[in-house]
Design a protein around this ligand. Structure first.
Ligand SMILES: Cc1cc2nc3c(=O)[nH]c(=O)nc-3n(C[C@H](O)[C@H](O)[C@H](O)COP(=O)(O)OP(=O)(O)OC[C@H]3O[C@@H](n4cnc5c(N)ncnc54)[C@H](O)[C@@H]3O)c2cc1C
Length: 284
């Protein structure tokens, strides 16, 4: 076992590098386990618009590279491995990794969160059933973690529900917007059908997206999607009403706008006519 370190930092996202910069500047000679995903989650994104000090935004990988250099400049040692276990039951603490076992007076755990983006409460998705008993669009998109709020301006009662999810109660969107909107909480990301217990003719497609990446620029057949992780992706277009679908692979690189052309085909089939049953009653 090597000599005991004053500080061992686990994780190399923004939190890990911040801890490393502060610890190194305090002459604590930190040892950082960067983990196999060196640089953390921001290595997966393109533009970061909300990091203080970057008026025009900064590319996620560039920002993390800068943080790494700053941590190294003050003397952070780095090991590009995952930690496999920490024993906090004895002092100094014992940190285990593939390359060996390390002792530390202090362990900073900054391993991030790999769950879902949870938007704030006020970012609920609002949909209003119009006075003529229709949804404004056939397709509803939202981000996982958001709730779906539905109000009803029509004269008739609606009871919307997500078909794949058993609801503990029937929730009624009262007519003429009487009362609060109903709230639905999709339990998983993906595509679901929405139906209505009171109005069985109503059908919606609900797309619950895992990440808030659906910044659509316009509705004239040209869409710009921002905030896509770098790497190989598939872009898919689907028109659910006519079941038309197209897909193409795309390589996302930092600071490059990738263009993808997709065409949705729709060829309505002529209805089958059975000649043996054809009659013309008008002339009989
Ligand atoms: C696509 C995408 C876009 C985003 N865009 C923005 C944005 O524009 N603005 C914004 O503010 N936030 C954005 N975020 C969120 C932001 O990336 C996170 O809030 C931030 O990275 C969290 O930092 P962190 O240091 O806590 O953890 P992370 O960045 O998750 O880093 C965790 C680190 O821990 C390491 N690790 C995990 N387990 C171990 C182990 N056992 N041993 C050693 N190391 C380990 C990993 O390798 C990684 O280096 C985005 C996230 C994603 C996925």
């Amino acid at each position: 076992m090597a000599t005991t370190r004053k500080v061992v930092i686990i994780g190399s996202g923004p939190a890990g590098y911040t801890a490393a910069i502060y610890a190194a500047r305090a002459n604590l000679a930190p040892l950082m386990f960067t983990g196999v995903q060196s640089g953390g989650q921001l290595m997966l994104t393109t533009h970061v618009e909300n990091f203080p000090g970057f008026v025009d935004g900064v590319l996620g990988p560039d920002l993390m590279e800068t943080m790494r250099k700053q941590a190294e400049r003050f003397g952070t040692d780095m090991i590009a491995e995952d930690v496999t276990g920490v024993d906090f039951s004895r002092r100094p603490f014992v940190v285990r990794a593939e390359s060996g076992t390390y002792e530390a007076d202090t362990v900073v755990i900054a391993v991030g969160y790999s769950g879902y983006f949870i938007p704030e409460k006020q970012q609920a998705k609002h949909v209003t059933i119009t006075p003529n008993c229709a949804y404004p669009t056939r397709t509803i998109t939202m981000t996982f973690g958001q709730r779906l709020e539905i109000s009803n301006q029509s004269k008739f009662p609606f009871a919307p529900m997500i078909e794949s999810e058993v609801s503990p109660a029937v929730m009624m969107a009262a007519p003429l917007e009487m009362g609060d909107p109903i709230r639905l909480y999709p339990r998983r990301p993906g595509h679901s059908a929405m139906g209505d217990i009171m109005q069985p003719y109503v059908r919606q497609d609900l797309y619950v997206l895992r990440y808030p990446l659906h910044a659509v620029s316009d509705l004239n057949g040209h869409y710009r999607i921002d905030g896509v992780p770098v790497g190989k992706l598939a872009i898919r277009a689907l028109h659910p009403t006519v079941s038309s679908e197209a897909q193409a692979p795309v390589d996302i690189a930092t600071n490059v706008v990738a263009k993808v052309d997709l065409t949705l085909e729709y060829a309505p089939k002529a209805p089958k006519v059975d000649d043996t049953k054809r009659t013309n009653n008008i002339f009989r």
